[in-house]
Ligand binder design. Structure first.
Ligand SMILES: Cc1cc2nc3c(=O)[nH]c(=O)nc-3n(C[C@H](O)[C@H](O)[C@H](O)COP(=O)(O)O)c2cc1C
Length: 337
């Protein structure tokens, strides 16, 4: 890739002034979580919903409706995400979301989960380039003139990131409002490091504003990214924010997470889940997901983290959290494991 082309006229901007989005994470960043997170960490520029997947019934599932309902998301800067490979169902969902007041809808072309990908959806659709092209053509024809922006979140291939160049050729044909790129293929799942060379090729060739996504877990990760790609202006972070809910504030030059703050965030989240989720087991399950990521901030607390994982009732769960928070130093960081 001609390095000059990548760098042309692109000066590094103050990283604190960049925009940072919280990635959609099914099972973690539902509306209850997003509301509590935004209350504590309003530095987040934008949230994305985990995908809704319309089908021939042309009805959102109850759980999907709950998540996208504007009444459940008041005041939170939110973009709903749609997973589909059928243009008519996708257009139905986009129109419904537009009627709810959403100005932008994001298309999921990145989900690597095998059950999804096998059906040629998410990143499983990327290698069927003719189908992808026809799908995008019909979707963009359908939204033309409606005023609804359509953005895309994509991996860079189904089998390999070598598919990237072909993909960007397709994406460039459509008025995609923003292209969030996770530089891995479906087959890569979350293994290894993102393919920065493939990302360089996309950045160089894209006519669409690019959002970088993948393995930004700390300020140092962000700095390394900007060292190579000073023209990046927008970053989407997922697992890193789940682990350290203050990550976006830190990336914007704000203070690091404090233990007391994490405690307050945890308690507010637990409280909100108790009020909205059906039954203790579901609440505990959701909080164990929380600790799967945030527990990595407490590397010396493995025994207590195990107790949290084993907890069968709220009493045992809350006792283990209390001891972890009061007796173990918060000195670790998430590394993608
Ligand atoms: C548990 C989990 C659920 C996810 N759910 C979604 C989803 O619904 N939609 C989507 O576009 N990406 C989803 N992703 C992918 C993330 O949005 C993100 O692209 C990925 O984690 C890489 O970013 P990160 O390295 O900052 O975490 C999910 C990832 C994980 C780990």
């Amino acid at each position: 890739m001609p390095r000059k082309a990548q760098q042309r006229g692109k000066k590094k901007m103050d990283p604190a002034a960049m925009e940072y989005y919280f990635a959609p994470l099914e099972g973690n960043t539902g509306y209850v979580y997003r509301n509590v997170h935004y209350r504590f960490f309003p530095e987040t520029d934008r949230y994305y919903t985990p995908f809704v997947a319309p089908n021939h019934t042309l009805r959102f599932r109850t759980k999907e409706m709950d998540d996208i309902d504007p009444a459940h998301n008041a005041g939170v800067p939110l973009v709903p995400q749609v997973l589909s490979n059928r243009s008519q169902e996708c257009l139905w969902a986009i129109r419904e979301l537009a009627q709810m007041g959403y100005k932008e809808v994001n298309l999921n072309l990145g989900c690597p989960v095998p059950t999804v990908a096998r059906k040629r959806r998410g990143s499983g659709m990327l290698k069927y380039t003719q189908e992808l092209d026809a799908f995008l053509e019909e979707v963009f024809e359908g939204v033309e003139g409606t005023g609804t922006a359509v953005s895309v979140k994509t991996r860079l291939g189904t089998d390999s990131t070598e598919e990237a160049e072909g993909l960007i050729g397709i994406y460039n044909r459509y008025p995609i409002s923003e292209l969030t790129v996770h530089p891995r293929s479906q087959k890569d799942m979350y293994k290894g490091t993102p393919d920065y060379d493939a990302f360089a090729a996309v950045l160089c060739k894209s006519r669409i504003p690019i959002v970088y996504n993948g393995n930004i877990f700390t300020g140092e990760d962000r700095d390394r990214l900007l060292e190579r790609f000073p023209q990046v202006r927008k970053i989407m972070a997922g697992r890193g924010v789940l682990a350290d809910p203050a990550l976006i504030r830190v990336l914007k030059g704000g203070p690091a997470l404090q233990k007391a703050e994490l405690r307050a965030f945890h308690d507010a989240l637990l409280d909100a889940y108790k009020k909205t989720l059906p039954g203790t087991n579901v609440v505990i399950g959701r909080m164990k997901e929380f600790w799967h990521y945030t527990g990595t901030l407490f590397p010396e607390g493995e025994k207590l983290r195990k107790e949290i994982r084993k907890a069968r009732d709220l009493g045992a769960y809350e006792a283990a959290v209390r001891v972890l928070m009061s007796s173990v130093p918060m000195n670790g960081s998430y590394s993608g494991q």
